[in-house]
Design a binder for this molecule. Structure first.
Ligand code: SAM
Length: 688
């Protein structure tokens, strides 16, 4: 029997975008209607005013946000993101408050939202374009939001608006599934930090008569699990199912006057004397956290350490970044890193760290490009796109077709030929990755180290000593015998020292060490004309790049002259980092075997090639190590990124900073346990 073709409905966790239709309201305004639910996204009378009345006033946000303490984080969670109008309303309020209240300079707002049928970018552009005209005060934020609107795939998409200390986590998929993934108690050990909790709920899931799914008992059970004493909720609906749902799950409800001509709406609050959720012990503390301690040390200044420092500093923490040599001295210091994922079939992409990490990193690096531009630094990512020839991939073109085209698609062979410049290669099967690019590690380092809360110090750490109230880290200021001994004290330390993490704390798994050499040469003008025109993946990868000013301080490259890089070698249990001619040849042979037409172009004499070798650190299950070693309170680890540091580190650093500070992480609890330093797979030492 032949296998029937795959269809979206075969899998519950594949996203179907919203089917938008339009109506004209009483005042002649065009309003969008959800084709799936047959209801309006917002009030015909005035959606923005209703949003402000029901959700902002209903949760008393103006007062509560204005009174946050320095470094406090306030979490809003929404059922039904729709057009994002509620987000835009609360974002504008937050900006207004921050411009008039100095206490909010370091406070943060986290907006978590869920959406089963996200609106396609072109529809959203039209819908929000109308709001830009009707409410010009929203126009700038609408542009900022649309410029980083995520690809529509299941799972969490974290968006940063760092100028406003605002993080938006859009969880695409069934709300019940998404809420269940939010981790509240993810530390393996007791620490002084709080568990994350929602402070205010926006219950905006269409009327229960059109959509029962967002008012089900399982949803209310999640509300209860994620709330604490003092958490509030607001909704326009006064239906019996809503009142009962809230009351039976720890909320005291209050009917208040509804918006406009509506008679009533509901507000609700978790009060002291109500029973705790069956899934969790309640504490009476408010979920918002405050930093009692705010100086952290990060050991290791590769991409993991840099991203960790950046994530902590954006949360108001002073970070000293330490490295025994210099930033990017180890495996992260290649002249360029190709950001291109190894894809997986769409139906389990939401738990596929490589794809979600790639999407997040790509978005973040593009955003940081803007910052780099303002500061006069070179761009962090060069948006080259990439073509995977699918010679060593675990996905085929039928599965690629399920992905949104902006994330992954198969190009017609003729187009792939024009783009790549290859003429003889069979390109019928290919994976085109429009969001891929070449990351410039040096530029990323420059932007991160310019953060006012991050300072770099050379220190070869020899000892970490954890005390009840502080951590002390000692070492030498260089590797010479005459080196000065230095001891630093801080509140917490994060070990980001790749395979050497184990030497600093034996509880961290002693990982596999894999030598990798990336080679490059300077093509002649004739060679240049025939080399591939965009980065290619074929088991190995190759790309042209042009080094920028300053790149030669990190690697032997000819600045401003095109170079062709190819790699990388892969030698297990080898930590030697000297350059090897035979590994240039291994990389050359691999490329020529995959793309024979390049044989006459790539020089066979590799004597003049340049290279960089580094040691990648890998766990037996290929997942990084992110979390807190068992028994510790002040020591954390983020390591074992393998060869995927530029895709994994940004998202893992966000997750770890959130865990450390008691905020909701952008990864599911299941994923966080897969990354835990104490997971079962890491209890047995490697044998080879
Ligand atoms: N807050 C939105 C705004 O500011 O535009 C309006 C939300 S609209 C009233 C309700 C949203 O809930 C729709 O976008 C709909 O697709 C979404 N939704 C409905 N059922 C859902 C479910 N079970 N899980 C997640 N989202 C759902």
């Amino acid at each position: 029997m032949s296998t029937p073709p795959f269809s979206h409905s075969d899998y519950a966790n594949v996203i179907t975008p919203a089917n938008i239709t339009w109506q004209t309201d009483d005042s002649g305004n065009r309003v969008p209607i959800s084709g799936e639910f047959g209801d309006v996204y917002f009030s015909h009378a005035d959606g923005l005013a209703e949003s402000r009345y029901v959700f902002i006033e209903g949760n008393q946000l103006a007062e509560r946000l204005a009174n946050l303490r320095a470094n406090q984080c306030f979490t809003i969670a929404e059922l039904g993101f729709g057009t994002g109008l509620n987000l835009l309303a609360v974002w504008q309020l937050w900006q207004q408050l921050r411009s008039t209240h100095t206490n909010l300079a370091t406070a943060r707002l986290q907006f978590i939202t869920t959406e089963k049928h996200p609106i396609l970018l072109e529809d959203l552009r039209q819908i929000l374009g109308l709001w830009s005209v009707r409410a010009p005060e929203l126009a700038q934020n609408i542009e900022r939001f649309l410029s980083i609107y995520p690809s529509l795939i299941e799972g969490c998409h974290r968006l940063h608006f760092e100028e406003d200390n605002l993080t938006v986590d859009i969880w695409l998929g069934e709300a019940q599934t998404s809420l269940a993934k939010l981790a509240t108690d993810i530390r393996d050990t007791e620490t002084d930090s709080h568990n994350p909790q929602v402070d205010a709920w926006f219950l905006d899931g269409f009327a229960p008569s059109c959509n029962e799914s967002l008012w089900a008992a399982t949803i209310f059970a999640q509300l209860q699990r994620l709330s604490t004493v003092g958490t509030t909720a607001a909704t326009y609906s006064c239906a019996g199912v809503v009142k009962r749902g809230l009351q039976e799950h720890g909320f005291t409800i209050k009917k208040v006057k509804g918006f406009g001509r509506k008679r009533e709406m509901l507000t609700a609050r978790v009060s002291e004397d109500l029973p705790a959720s069956p899934t969790q012990d309640k504490t009476s503390q408010n979920s918002t956290f405050s930093l009692d301690n705010n100086h952290y040390l990060v050991i290791g200044a590769g991409v993991a350490g840099l991203m960790m420092a950046w994530s902590l500093a954006n949360r108001g923490i002073e970070v000293t970044l330490l490295d025994k040599v210099a930033p990017l001295a180890g495996a992260s210091g290649n002249p360029r890193a190709l950001l291109a994922p190894k894809m997986t079939p769409l139906h389990h992409v939401d738990e596929h760290l490589h794809t979600i990490g790639y999407l997040y990193s790509s978005r973040l690096y593009h955003q940081l490009n803007e910052q780099a531009k303002k500061q006069g630094f070179t761009p962090i990512i060069e948006p080259t796109a990439a073509l995977d020839l699918l010679l060593k991939a675990n996905i085929d073109s039928r599965q690629i077709a399920d992905y949104p085209d902006d994330l992954a698609t198969t190009l017609p062979a003729s187009e792939a030929k024009v783009l790549s410049g290859l003429t003889a290669q069979d390109l019928t099967e290919n994976l085109y990755l429009p969001q891929s690019g070449l990351v410039n590690p040096q530029a990323l380092k420059d932007v991160i180290l310019s953060h006012p809360l991050i300072s770099f110090q050379t220190l070869a750490v020899t000892k970490i000593d954890e005390q009840k109230d502080y951590i002390s880290v000692s070492g030498h200021d260089n590797k010479e015998q005459s080196a000065n001994k230095i001891t630093l004290q801080a509140d917490n330390v994060v070990i980001c020292a790749a395979f050497e993490s184990h030497y600093l704390d034996e509880r961290i798994f002693d990982c596999r060490k894999i030598r990798g050499q990336l080679s490059w040469f300077t093509p002649t003008p004739k060679q240049l004309a025939s080399l591939p025109k965009l980065p290619l993946k074929y088991g190995g990868y190759c790309s042209l790049f042009t080094p920028k000013a300053g790149d030669s301080t990190l690697n032997p490259v000819l600045e401003h002259q095109p170079q062709f890089l190819l790699g990388a070698s892969f030698v297990r249990n080898d930590i030697d980092t000297s350059i090897r001619i035979d590994e240039h040849e291994v990389s050359r042979d691999k490329l020529i075997k995959a793309i024979p037409e390049l044989e006459p172009i790539i020089p066979s004499d590799t004597q003049s090639w340049q290279a960089r070798a580094g040691v990648r650190t890998q766990t037996p299950d290929y997942h990084p190590i992110v979390g807190q070693p068992a028994g510790s309170k002040r020591i954390w680890v983020m390591s074992a990124m393998g060869a995927k540091g530029y895709a994994f580190a940004p998202l893992c650093a966000q997750a770890l900073a959130d865990i450390m500070l008691g905020a909701f992480a952008p990864l599911s609890s299941e994923m966080l346990s897969k990354l835990s330093p104490n997971r079962a797979r890491l209890q047995t030492p490697l044998t080879s």
